[in-house]
Design a protein around this ligand. Structure first.
Ligand SMILES: [Zn+2]
Length: 261
């Protein structure tokens, strides 16, 4: 695949800018011996914190497999293979107290996907396409190497707002992955995150898109500058455009019909 460019161009540009400043900062820190000591201490702190985090996930979360929630795992594995993963990232289910979320993470060269129980419950109720969109979004972060090279650009995050702009671009990229591998679940998967699994079926997509076009005041834009994620209504608008671009036939049929799941 990937004849369609899934990585948004602003992401590549911002990565370059962050890498430039970050590498200069690394060089300055390494040549000043005190800086090098700080760098090693920070790296060790991050390693230990992340190790404890992953240890807690492995100890408390439910690992999906062909024998554990196999129907969802099989869909996930199949999608990961389609996306070009030789080694399918381990996927864990955690109970998030009603939160609708998922994330991808990485620890010592291994990829992990963690998904909250409330999202997966939906797969059993009605919305497998939406769940697939969310899973493909997380796999997209890994496939696009958003985490693999984070250390390289990390020091560039000291520049105010630049790191957040890069992270938002990464979200648009991951949404494209999600939409590419689950076009039917794309818009509705994001509406699910915005409105919750009880109400999302009742949300009018045209009104959301109208909201995205009309609510563009100063504070809306200003608040987004500090956020690692673009505003959901903008993501919905972008993903709808992208689905129209990759599959014009679907756009007018079942993809956006409120009844179809
Ligand atoms: Zn994301």
């Amino acid at each position: 695949m990937e004849e369609v460019n899934l990585k948004v161009s602003s992401e590549k540009f911002l990565f370059g800018v962050l890498a430039f400043f970050s590498i200069i900062s690394y060089i300055v820190l390494i040549v000043s011996m005190v800086g090098l000591v700080y760098l090693i201490l920070i790296a060790l702190t991050i390693l230990i914190t992340k190790g404890i985090f992953i240890g807690n996930i492995k100890g408390n979360a439910v690992k999906l497999s062909p024998q554990q929630l196999g129907d969802i795992y099989n869909e996930y594995e199949q999608m990961a293979r389609q996306m070009g993963f030789d080694e399918v990232p381990d996927i864990y289910l955690i109970q998030g107290g009603g939160l609708l979320n998922a994330f991808a993470t990485r620890f010592i060269g291994r990829n992990f996907v963690i998904i909250y129980a409330d999202v997966l419950e939906l797969a059993y109720q009605q919305g497998m396409d939406e769940v697939k969109f969310i899973l493909a979004h997380e796999l997209g972060h890994l496939r696009a190497n958003h985490l693999k090279y984070r250390w390289l650009i990390q020091l560039g995050f000291m520049i105010p707002l630049l790191g957040q702009a890069y992270l938002r671009a990464c979200e648009y990229t991951a949404d494209r992955y999600g939409a590419y591998y689950s076009p039917k679940g794309a818009v509705r998967g994001l509406i699910l995150l915005a409105a919750g699994k009880k109400l999302y079926n009742n949300i009018d997509i045209d009104q959301i898109l109208k909201q995205a076009r009309e609510d563009k005041g100063f504070w809306v834009n200003f608040s987004e500058l500090f956020s690692s994620h673009p505003h959901l209504v903008k993501r919905i608008e972008a993903v709808k455009e992208f689905v129209r671009y990759i599959s014009p036939a679907q756009e007018n049929s079942e993809v956006f019909s409120v009844e179809s799941v």
